[in-house]
Design a protein around this ligand. Structure first.
Ligand SMILES: [Zn+2]
Length: 94
């Protein structure tokens, strides 16, 4: 899970960058682009090719929503695999 070593926030991978100096070789330490550049908002190119302005809080919030969605999907998968729920492909797709 990408986590900035400077501010400790978890942000989407596209907001994370390598450290200027490698602190430890065996760890994948990253910093967020906001800490690295000392900025509070950034223009990102979206999947559809348009540019969108993101503040750090927006990026953080959207990532949390995404992670919660993943968690819910994972819980559904676990229930199916443990036989506690029926297999309903639709619940995994949308
Ligand atoms: Zn940071």
């Amino acid at each position: 899970m990408p986590k900035c070593i400077r501010c400790g926030d978890m942000l989407p991978p596209q907001f994370m960058t390598e450290l200027d100096v490698k602190v430890a070789v065996d760890e994948e330490l990253k910093q967020c682009v906001f800490c690295k550049e000392g900025i509070s908002e950034i223009n990102m190119v979206t999947a559809t090719g348009s540019k969108e302005k993101y503040t750090k809080n927006e990026a953080k919030k959207e990532y949390l929503i995404f992670l919660n969605m993943l968690k819910e999907k994972a819980e559904t998968l676990h229930k199916v695999l443990e036989g506690k729920a029926g297999f309903e492909p639709k619940t995994l797709i949308d």
